[in-house]
Design a protein around this ligand. Structure first.
Ligand code: PLP
Length: 626
């Protein structure tokens, strides 16, 4: 394709996108294809000779589109919004056109400098404290665009891990880093996004997952108890991940309580994940959610969720860029340049070397909407969710199960009073799967207070009250059919049997996967018993529920000193050991891992008793060399 043809085809492509946007309503929201549909429709090898452009484009409509889930569809209410405003699409287009790779300042100075400035504009607009901003007097802070919120969490954890190991190494210079690593423990709420657990797996650290309160909010006291208990047990708290706007139910952790707790422990890194909610802080009326942010070391948000910006655009700010970059720096000769002491080289701020000119998207978005235009969008988004909430509350067959603060409403059918918890869950699963299968609307479930709920998110950029009413009419039509249809009981039984047969397939299914619920990817969490009260003064014990539980599981439940807290620890690489042959091991694997850890701590003392958790060695105050 030469430049003249590109000019023509480029305009045609814009026309095609406009046609797509304008006719979205006529399409099903979700495709009705089976896995492998596309392989059957395409040749098994790449063409040897060039094909006419019109043929290639023609196949988009006939072959690709039937398998597309239309995230920009007015009836798509799943997950969170996937920003896609035209100025950001044009920003992406220009970035592709310029085609520079901005890994260092010298590799394309404008690419780096615009990113620094856009992060400064954004940080100020959402109300981050000066410590996060690059140009403030005495600030060591700054921001960067990463590929996803998961990456933001991971690099923050890696930076905290490096700082934690460095500190321990200073204290215990002769102890091997591997042993020091085994002492580190991170924390998050059960409501945190699964990317925190993934980050812990990659970082090879333990993660203690804590029970939030009844509103899905992690409280300071819960964190304090857990951190003190672990410190007492010889572990070293190093990272706390909090969330403002959780994925399941858009709850907010209590930063003003958590911050002071974290600060009581030496050098613990506090991260705040506001992937969805962060853009709402552009509005003064939502800024109160940022209370306590002054305690944080890092903060991330995705303008590609609630700020209309096309994926990918995940913003991460830190208060100490040196801690971040010292964890990620590698500096071969071919990447060095004569300004590397005075300019930022973003390759040290993340995992990949190569990076696109993503700040152009923010440039076009911020300038063409202005903060006021973005505020207007956020406000309409929240108002429509409130409207949907009102509609649900008016229908006595349903309940709303979350506090609706932004654009997410979690609701469920109540079922009849004689129906038990499981039957009501089944009823809601049935309702959701029928609606999704119809192609008329798309939502996903979540688990809120251990109940199966349906998440309704306002997603469509130009959503109106009519769209919300359409959604509610569709939901209530399906609900009426389900509740008053002729064979409700038989239907439910059939559904249960079908689910049982297809359990594995279901776990993988796009339509029924829970959002950010550790139970879904970690079956052990379902199996761990409720917390057992122990007598006062009893040391915390690590208690596999039964000999076979831990090797099946990705976690071990900590029996807490008070019955109110239930939490579990995710162990690095636990999943790799799931298929371990139980008979070949006298102790389950992770149990033995812990045992190894205990013995490393205190080589001169033999194991006392069969429970490592109850052994005094586990309570050793600090790591020691073997
Ligand atoms: N954190 C929160 C609170 C989220 O809601 C999500 C996704 O919805 C993520 C992290 C992961 O986002 P990403 O897909 O950008 O990694």
């Amino acid at each position: 394709m030469d430049v003249d043809e590109f000019r023509v085809r480029g305009k045609e492509m814009v026309d095609y996108i406009c046609m797509y946007m304008n006719t979205l309503r006529k399409r099903r929201v979700t495709p009705s294809v089976e896995p492998g549909y596309l392989r059957a429709a395409l040749p098994s090898e790449a063409p040897m000779h060039p094909e006419p452009w019109d043929d290639v484009m023609g196949d988009i409509e006939s072959k690709i589109m039937p398998g597309v889930t239309h995230w920009q569809h007015p009836h798509f209410h799943a997950y969170f919004p996937a920003g896609n405003a035209y100025p950001s699409i044009l920003g992406d287009m220009l970035s592709a056109g310029i085609g520079c790779i901005g890994f260092s300042w010298a590799a394309s100075p404008a690419c780096t400098e615009l990113e620094v400035i856009m992060l400064d504009w954004m940080g100020k607009a959402i109300g981050l404290p000066p410590a996060f901003l690059p140009f403030e007097e005495g600030s060591k802070g700054g921001g960067v665009i990463e590929g996803s919120a998961s990456e933001c969490v991971l690099v923050s954890m890696l930076a905290a891990r490096a700082a934690g190991i460095k500190r321990l190494k200073h204290q215990f210079p002769t102890v091997d880093e591997g042993l020091l690593l085994s002492k580190l423990i991170a924390y998050c709420s059960k409501e945190a996004h699964s990317c925190v657990e993934k980050a812990a797996m990659i970082s090879f650290v333990k993660l203690r997952i804590l029970q939030p309160d009844e509103h899905g909010c992690l409280r300071g006291e819960t964190l304090k108890e857990a951190m003190e208990e672990d410190e007492e047990a010889g572990l070293v708290p190093f990272f706390v991940a909090t969330t403002l706007g959780t994925t399941s139910c858009c709850s907010f952790d209590n930063l003003p309580e958590i911050g002071p707790v974290v600060r009581k422990f030496p050098s613990v890194w506090l991260h705040v994940d506001a992937a969805y909610a962060g853009s709402s802080f552009l509005c003064p009326e939502h800024k109160y959610h940022l209370a306590g942010i002054e305690y944080a070391d890092s903060f991330n948000t995705n303008p590609n969720k609630l700020m209309l910006t096309a994926f990918d655009c995940s913003l991460l700010w830190v208060t100490n860029k040196y801690l971040l970059t010292s964890a990620l720096v590698v500096d071969p000769l071919y990447l060095q340049h004569c300004y590397d002491h005075t300019a930022i080289d973003y390759r040290h701020w993340g995992i990949p070397l190569s990076r696109r000119f993503r700040s152009l998207k923010l440039w076009f978005m911020l300038r063409s909407y202005g903060i006021s235009g973005l505020q207007k969008y956020v406000r309409r988004h929240c108002e429509l969710a409130k409207y949907f909430e009102q509609l649900v509350r008016k229908d006595s067959r349903f309940e709303v199960v979350n506090q609706v603060k932004l654009g997410l409403v979690c609701f469920r059918l109540l079922g009849s009073p004689d129906e038990n918890h499981e039957t009501v869950d089944e009823l809601n699963k049935k309702l959701l799967s029928t609606m999704n299968a119809s192609g008329k609307i798309h939502m996903v479930p979540a688990s809120v207070r251990d109940q199966y709920v349906i998440r309704f998110c306002v997603v469509y950029q130009h959503a109106t009250r009519e769209d919300i009413e359409y959604a509610w009419d569709t939901i209530t039509d399906f609900a009426t059919e389900l509740l008053e249809g002729p064979d409700k009981e038989r239907d439910l039984n059939e559904e249960r049997a079908r689910r049982h047969r297809a359990a594995l397939a279901h776990k993988r299914s796009f339509f029924v996967r829970m959002v950010s619920d550790p139970k879904i990817y970690n079956p052990a969490i379902n199996k761990t018993p409720p917390p057992m009260p122990t007598s006062p003064g009893t040391p915390p014990s690590v208690a596999p529920a039964s000999p076979d539980t831990p090797s099946e599981a990705g976690s071990i439940q900590l029996v807490p000193s008070t019955p109110k807290q239930s939490s579990w620890i995710s162990w690095p690489l636990a999943f790799f050991f799931q298929s371990v042959d139980h008979d070949a091991n006298d102790l389950p694997l992770r149990f033995r891992h812990l045992d190894t850890m205990v013995r490393l701590k205190s080589p001169n003392h033999g194991r006392r008793g069969s429970s490592p958790g109850a052994s005094p060695e586990r309570r050793a105050p600090s790591p020691s060399a073997n």
